[in-house]
Design a protein around this ligand. Structure first.
Ligand code: SF4
Length: 178
């Protein structure tokens, strides 16, 4: 890994917090997958980016642990108020753009990085799931929680704020790499 080059290239991006960690420090939890099954976000079983399509917790964990290192980052956006649904959607769109850019940097300096991001997948207007294969597997980032990662605790462990204050929305992505 060329940490210096990576840090230089991501410097201009609107990343709020980030940390490098070892994959052995990543916190996986069956409970997170149970929350997915409860479908509180309404996205369970709706795309290739979420459970059950991403595979079992063990399969997800195995994919992550194929890599030695990981990178976690956030974007944080101020909302007008707690009902600002449009602002919340735009913030997610912006976060995905930043994830694309950070992903490009890791593709340049590391081998076959695994990129995880926010819930679901918004690349296509209508997902092919479950009838046809994913149209854009290189653009589709599975959900971090969908892989069973306990983001709240992970953030704490990495010294990253999970919540950045009243009326802000904080989104997370993670990249696994060698
Ligand atoms: S890229 Fe398109 S087909 Fe693939 S998971 Fe996302 S929405 Fe579905």
């Amino acid at each position: 890994m060329n940490k210096f080059n990576i840090e230089e290239e991501i410097k201009p991006l609107p990343i709020h917090d980030y940390a490098f960690l070892k994959t052995e420090e990543v916190i996986f939890s069956e409970e997170v997958r149970e929350i997915c099954k409860g479908n509180s976000c309404g996205l369970y079983d709706t795309s290739w980016a979420c459970p059950p399509a991403v595979g079992s917790l063990e399969e997800c964990q195995k994919q992550c642990l194929k890599h030695e290192d990981a990178f976690i980052f956030t974007t944080a956006t101020q909302m007008k108020d707690s009902y600002d649904v449009q602002g919340w959607l735009e913030a997610r769109e912006e976060h995905e753009k930043v994830t694309d850019q950070v992903g490009e940097v890791f593709r340049k300096y590391t081998k076959s990085p695994l990129i995880l991001s926010t819930e679901g997948c918004s690349v296509c207007k209508s997902c092919t799931y479950p009838n046809e294969p994913c149209r854009f597997p290189e653009k589709m980032y599975p959900a971090t929680e969908g892989y069973g990662i306990l983001v709240m605790k992970q953030a704490q462990l990495c010294g990253i704020k999970y919540n950045n204050g009243i009326n802000t929305v904080t989104y997370f992505s993670m990249i696994f790499f060698n």
